[in-house]
Design a protein around this ligand. Structure first.
Ligand code: 13P
Length: 248
């Protein structure tokens, strides 16, 4: 099948104040006419301002998490509908930092993904093994468990993006070997095909974990890699744009 258009998404995590919007402006200016799709997920406090800055541009804006419920007594949480209400069009769910810091289970991640779809958002759903799991040879088992438990029924190429983010590669400067990335992506795609048949053909699988300008071209060209989810390097427009430019 034809290679789907790549997506390069920036996850700002808990970084970014008003002054950081200058980097977003530079990203928006530089991403015009990019060969891939581009998204930036700033902290929730900047969503509305980011959407205003990105209006009419080629850059989509997204949230980093959502609650499964539409509203209610959940102090500090954001409903997916609130993210849509800002004008954002994407939401990340199941990031390993949420799974670790907040003990999010696969079932909760699945409910959050369903909430994202309910609110009309494209869901970027993160999965990936820890270092101990990889050393134990359990990577595929972990991916299977997370895919089966976190991905709701009804996934399509339009509503779902999977981000394969090995936990040990996040923020460490370490990346899996090229062969290991290709193998993990092929495994994920195989499982999606088995479960969703043609419906999920074209679901993009991004690689995430220490993607930098220096390794982006190699990683983004690998078989089965349909883009990148970028943390640290998305905070600086020049770095992020270099990754965007490296996308096939
Ligand atoms: P880094 O690019 O900083 O390793 O973070 C990856 C990530 O967690 C993106 O969601």
């Amino acid at each position: 099948m034809e290679r789907p258009k790549s997506l390069v998404a920036g996850n700002w995590k808990m970084n970014g104040l008003e002054a950081s919007l200058a980097e977003l402006d530079a990203t928006i200016a530089g991403a015009g006419g990019a060969s891939c799709e581009v998204a930036v997920c700033p902290p929730a406090t900047l969503l509305t301002r980011a959407v205003a800055r990105a209006a009419g541009s080629d850059v989509a804006i997204g949230g980093q998490d959502c609650h499964a419920a539409t509203n209610g007594a959940h102090t500090g949480d954001l409903a997916a509908e609130m993210i849509t209400d800002t004008g954002a069009s994407v939401v990340i769910v199941g990031h390993s930092e949420r799974r670790t810091d907040h003990g999010e289970t696969d079932a909760e991640v699945r409910a959050k993904a369903e909430a994202g779809w309910r609110a009309g958002l494209t869901v970027i759903l993160c999965i990936g093994e820890t270092e101990a799991e990889r050393r134990a040879g359990a990577t595929e088992d972990v991916l299977d468990r997370q895919l089966a438990g976190s991905v709701p029924d009804g996934a399509t190429a339009a509503n779902l993006v999977i981000a394969y983010e090995p936990v040990w590669a996040i923020g460490t400067g370490l990346t899996p070997s090229e062969d290991d990335i290709v193998a993990a992506h092929a495994h994920i795609k195989r499982r999606l095909r088995e479960r969703f048949a043609d419906g999920a053909e074209g679901v993009r699988v991004l690689y995430g974990g220490s993607v930098k300008p220096g390794n982006a071209e190699t990683i983004l060209a690998l078989d089965g890699v349909n883009g990148a989810l970028v943390g640290g390097a998305s905070l600086k427009a020049s770095d992020f744009l270099a990754i965007v430019a490296a996308a096939p």
